[in-house]
Design a protein around this ligand. Structure first.
Ligand code: DOR
Length: 427
């Protein structure tokens, strides 16, 4: 799409958490950056009448699986980026559990190059903590950071060895990169496929106890205290993990966490044991866990909403609940599901919700606070937060369809997304 270099957006509701602003106003984009709005549109400028829409900094998603290389039948960098910008994201952190995994500087640099060629969305690679994501020996963290890795994680599994994790945190701290941990003890995870509780017993499915997560969160916080490294717990699912995070943050430790739309919206009671669209890792937990997660976001203990967008083919998900891979997609439903659950339901303000999608994740990565401020890159999303829509996977830009939200009525969707002033999605 060829684009005028000047765009005037008039009469939007500006949600700019970095500056604490929630007010109607105009935005002006000049040569890819925000600039002071002129009193009248300059000749040749595109004018967007945005009354009734919200304008917010482009969302940052700390947890996305793009599947390339290795599983391009489920997603590619390009289809993942298309899904991301349709979901109002302008930056995504790509998980390293590709095949082969992101544990060499060449692969990290290759991902950055490919994403830049596509040019739809900023893709920040998270690289492996350990070689081959196998948990045994550290990957070359300094070289990976130099190649552009924004963080380290063995997502899909934790690092079982305390010693390896401690050294990873020390090195990551020296490189000013966070460690993102998929906190789940492998001996407690066993061969579980859903939360261990009433429903796993009812369905006769092997369970994963909350303790699998809580034990590793406790260990990781201890290591963060000892090393001073930034620890970020991925997809927090259990109430007890929230309490550990709350105490660690009260202690002043550099510890953060994220929560997914599915853990905020669903519980193990929703699991359909004949349908692996409700199978993900960590699993959907109980009502008290979900309530604790909502409270954690409301109170700012967890300041990041992240999707854990995990595409899988229909064939893989059709293998049955025990055998199908873990994971649900989320890029194109996150805005609607989280806005409806958190803001429409009266748990938090729209401004705080935007903060969890922008400033919160930026701070984990050590990026400047995204803002609708003159001089900042014009990464921007225009949102319709008022009209209700039905989730329909048939409309997704993602290659995959594994969502548990099919048919849900939700409020809130992106209608236009700009990356550096360029339109990368328009409804
Ligand atoms: O549900 C999940 N799917 N959890 C993970 O940790 C990995 C992810 C995937 O890669 O499919």
């Amino acid at each position: 799409m060829t684009e005028p270099r000047a765009i005037l957006i008039r009469g939007a509701r500006l949600l700019d958490p970095a500056r604490g602003r929630d007010e109607p106003g105009d935005l002006y984009i000049l040569n890819g950056r925000f600039a002071e709005p002129p009193p009248a549109p300059p000749p040749g400028a595109e004018v967007i009448e945005a009354a009734g829409l919200v304008a917010a900094p482009g969302f940052i998603d700390l947890h996305v699986h793009l599947r390339e290389p290795g599983d391009e039948d489920a997603e590619t960098i390009e289809t993942g980026c298309r899904a991301a910008v349709r979901g109002g994201r302008t930056t995504v952190v790509a998980m390293p559990n590709t095949r082969p995994p992101m544990d060499t500087p060449d692969r990290v640099a290759g991902l950055i190059r490919r994403a830049e060629e596509i040019g739809l969305c900023r893709v920040l690679p998270a690289a492996c903590i350990t070689r081959g994501r196998a948990g045994g020996t550290l990957a070359p963290l300094a070289e990976l950071a130099a190649a552009g890795a924004c963080a380290f994680t063995d997502d899909g599994s934790t690092v079982p060895s305390d010693d390896v994790m401690r050294r990873a945190m020390e090195q990551a701290a020296a490189l000013s990169r966070p460690i993102l941990d998929h906190a789940q003890a492998q001996d407690l995870e066993r061969r579980g496929v859903m939360h261990e509780g009433l429903y796993s017993a009812r369905w006769g499915l092997p369970g994963i106890p909350s303790a699998a997560e809580v034990d590793i969160v406790r260990r990781d916080i201890r290591l963060a205290r000892e090393t001073g490294g930034h620890l970020h717990i991925q997809h927090v699912s259990a109430a007890e993990s929230v309490e550990l995070l709350r105490r660690a943050r009260a202690e002043g430790l550099p510890v953060s966490g994220e929560v997914t739309p599915h853990h905020l919206a669903l519980t193990d009671a929703d699991v359909r044991p004949d349908d692996a669209r409700w199978k993900m890792n960590p699993p959907l937990r109980g009502k008290a866990d979900r309530a604790a997660l909502v409270r954690a976001v409301e109170e700012g203990v967890i300041g990041v909403l992240a999707t854990d967008h995990a595409p899988h083919t229909a064939a893989a998900k059709a293998r049955g609940f025990r055998e199908a891979p873990f994971g649900v997609i989320g890029l194109e439903t996150a805005v609607g599901v989280t806005y409806t659950r958190l803001v429409v339901n009266g748990r938090m303000s729209a401004l705080d919700w935007v903060r969890c999608c922008t400033v919160g994740p930026a701070r984990v990565l050590g990026l400047p606070d995204p803002a609708l401020a003159p001089g900042a890159p014009a990464d921007l999303v225009l949102l319709d937060l008022d009209s209700e829509r039905t989730v329909s996977a048939g409309e997704f830009r993602s290659k995959s369809r594994n969502t548990p939200f099919e048919g849900w009525r939700v409020k809130g969707r992106a209608v236009r997304t700009f990356l550096g002033g360029r339109t990368v999605f328009m409804e």
